[in-house]
Design a binder for this molecule. Structure first.
Ligand SMILES: *Cc1c(COP(=O)(O)O)cnc(C)c1O
Length: 310
């Protein structure tokens, strides 16, 4: 069993990377355009804590341990993949965790928050207004034993961890790598982990988030980082957290055709974008495309029962 050691000293978190595999997609729209598409299934790492968040957290946890902190504190919404992953990873590392949750405490807790509590995360609810002033929150909780991680794991440390996503595949076999973009941390990591012969394409899940290119460049410490990646802004389906009928129907269709479960916030939009770009001949003939399935399936629990086919 292939394992990677999260914490090289004190404690180890063995994660079974052998459960990650690469799925070849067979479809007429690919054959017609002479493009191949593989999907690396990070969603298979774990049913709850699947995908890129675990990679992004890896070096934050190491750093926290190095600094002898006892608590990991971070921010997120009621359906945040980052919150649940932080709760899980901290517990595995023998650290406590604190989640600052956007908005008033809901009458009925979300699946995500219930799971986070199960992983012993202490939750603090703050108003949407307050949530925007994160530095104030950090100051109000001032405690030298706490290690703060930015919302979504944004930062160079997160990107370094995300670069290791590409260790799970033979990168040089591909001409293009396509992934969903939220904070852009994963995308920066993919640029860092690529051989630089692959084009890196990010599909923004947010509407009109045009400052994201600069935020990614900041992580790369490169002035002309834009030469290394490209962001598509046309596949947000109405915005972050929006999942119109059309997207739900598409996700169900992909599941029936390819047995590939996608999430409603990130990977559903990304797969849709790839199909659309292939059909529009964005990829030249002979292109070998790799999609990163970054996980996030737990967020689908926000839908009512029987909305999705899986
Ligand atoms: C958080 C997340 C992303 C976005 O990652 P960023 O590093 O914030 O850009 C993509 N896909 C899934 C499933 C996520 O949970």
């Amino acid at each position: 069993m292939q394992q990677i050691i999260l914490l090289t000293f004190a404690k180890t978190i063995p994660v079974d990377l052998s459960s990650i595999d690469v799925q070849r997609i067979e479809a007429e729209w690919l054959i017609d355009n002479d493009v191949s598409l593989d999907v690396v299934r990070l969603d298979k790492m774990d049913a709850v804590v699947s995908g890129n968040k675990w990679f992004k957290l890896k070096y934050y946890l190491l750093e926290a341990q190095k600094q002898q902190k006892t608590v990991i504190a971070t921010f997120g919404g009621a359906w945040s993949n980052h919150i649940i992953a932080t709760a899980f990873a901290a517990k595995q590392a023998g650290l406590k965790s604190v989640g600052i949750i956007r908005g008033e405490k809901p009458g009925v807790l979300s699946y995500t928050l219930i799971k986070a509590i199960e992983f012993d995360m202490e939750l603090h609810y703050v108003s949407r207004d307050q949530y925007q002033r994160k530095q104030e929150i950090v100051t109000s909780f001032l405690n030298e034993n706490w290690f703060w991680v930015d919302e979504g794991g944004y930062g160079k440390t997160g990107a370094k961890g995300a670069s290791e996503i590409l260790k799970t595949v033979r990168v040089s076999a591909y001409t293009h790598i396509v992934a969903a973009v939220g904070t852009g941390t994963m995308l920066a990591g993919l640029v860092m982990g690529s051989t630089k012969n692959e084009s890196i394409i990010g599909i923004s899940s947010m509407k009109g988030n045009y400052s994201i290119e600069e935020k990614i460049r900041d992580l790369l410490e490169q002035e002309n980082g834009e030469a290394l990646f490209e962001i598509k802004h046309d596949y947000h389906f109405g915005g972050y957290g929006k999942h119109p009928e059309e997207l739900i129907a598409y996700i169900n269709d992909v599941y029936y055709k390819h047995s590939l479960p996608l999430d409603i916030v990130y990977t559903g939009k990304t797969f849709y974008a790839i199909e659309d770009l292939v059909k529009k001949k964005y990829f030249e003939a002979g292109s070998k495309v790799l999609m990163i399935h970054s996980g996030g399936l737990q967020g689908n629990e926000s839908l009512g029962a029987k909305v999705l086919a899986f």
